[in-house]
Design a binder for this molecule. Structure first.
Ligand code: MRU
Length: 357
């Protein structure tokens, strides 16, 4: 069943430019920011105006459109050479989510086979919109596949835990893990979502709770450290999370704290589901050890909204992603199908199918 609920948008192409909903201001304010040039797009990705792996990829694709339009105006015949600087700047904006590099690769493919009869900007915009729409469609497919998996195993307990924000704000719309949760809730498979607040950036409390409450899906916020207790109390059947990069052996990089949940889930016999489109797989990386993990400034740990929470001169370590080994994952749900007990072989066959299309 395709969910019909219209969810919030984080990314819009309107009035010939890119608009992003400023996720730093949510849930208190809904501010939209327009993007006249590459620098603005790079800043928005780096500073988390937009965040979430698929959303970053879609944003970068629109960023290439804006960059190409500016380069055509400024650099004339040399525009393509000049544009490589924009690709480089966009690629430097954040390191872990591979969807960013995947989307830049898709845009590069269009550039390498431009139709000389048509405006290049029109051709690039068509591709950016296709990437955006394909992500939304993939989310709905994953929502159905993930909900079917939940139905298949039955739910001994009525709750699920999710981490970070994987909803409409993090994607082309609807969501990856949150898309599965939306579909499963519509099918009456889930009664309650426990959303980790997701320190240090609070994606769970500021974004996931906001999205779920807009949809009327029952959500309870918890501190990240409550997950073990919820499992011990027998209140959850699944942990359902997204991914920023999946290595060829099925190891998954996702928001810091995901690995903790996977270890806890294994101990308590709770199932662990990762939901991600195939654009999140990186077959050039054989295992999670080689996934680049972003470290952000310590002030995100030491302060909350500019208010100091630690002694002056205290040191902070702020890796914002971790790697969950494939052995701890029960299923990876993609738009091409579900892999249970992921391994190098099952990832390879899933991705081989993808290359046929
Ligand atoms: O630092 P963020 O907010 O960009 O991290 C986002 C996550 O880790 C999400 O879980 C992941 O991108 C999957 S979103 C569909």
């Amino acid at each position: 069943m395709m969910a019909s609920a219209r969810t919030v948008n984080a990314i819009e192409w309107r009035d010939d430019t890119l608009w992003l909903l400023d996720q730093r201001a949510l849930p208190l304010e809904e501010l939209w920011i327009s993007h006249p040039d590459t620098e603005a797009v790079v800043n928005s990705i780096r500073d988390m105006v937009v965040r979430g792996a698929p959303a970053i990829g879609i944003t970068a694709a629109y960023g290439v459109v804006i960059a190409a339009r500016n380069r055509l105006e400024q650099s004339g015949d040399n525009w393509m050479r000049a544009l490589s600087e924009d690709f480089e700047a966009l690629a430097q904006s954040r390191p872990t989510a591979v969807n960013l590099f995947w989307a830049l690769g898709q845009m590069q493919k269009i550039l390498s086979k431009l139709n000389q009869e048509e405006d290049p900007v029109v051709q690039l915009l068509r591709e950016a919109k296709r990437i955006h729409e394909a992500d939304l469609a993939a989310n709905h497919t994953m929502g159905n596949l993930g909900a079917s998996l939940i139905a298949h195993y039955k739910m001994p307990a009525p709750g699920v835990i999710t981490h970070c924000n994987t909803g409409s704000l993090a994607t082309g719309g609807y969501g990856t893990a949150l898309g599965v949760i939306r579909s499963a809730w519509q099918q009456k498979l889930i009664e309650r979502v426990f959303a980790d607040e997701t320190r240090p950036w609070w994606q769970g409390s500021r974004l996931t709770a906001w999205e779920l409450m807009q949809d009327g899906i029952p959500v309870t916020l918890t501190a990240d450290s409550v997950a073990a207790t919820l499992m011990q109390q027998g209140r959850v059947s699944w942990v359902i999370v997204g991914a920023d990069r999946i290595a060829a052996n099925g190891d998954v990089a996702n928001k810091i704290g995901t690995y903790n949940l996977a270890v806890l889930a294994k101990h308590h016999g709770v199932r662990f589901m990762v939901v991600a489109p195939t654009s999140t797989f990186d077959l050039s990386i054989s295992s999670g050890v080689d996934i680049p993990i972003e470290e952000r400034d310590g002030h995100e740990v030491l302060e909350v909204k500019g208010v100091r929470m630690a002694p002056e001169n205290a040191q902070a370590y702020n890796p914002v992603f971790d790697v969950t080994p494939a052995q701890l994952i029960d299923a990876i749900v993609t738009e091409k199908g579900v892999i249970e007990k992921p391994s190098a072989d099952s990832v390879a066959s899933l991705m081989a199918d993808r290359q046929l299309h």
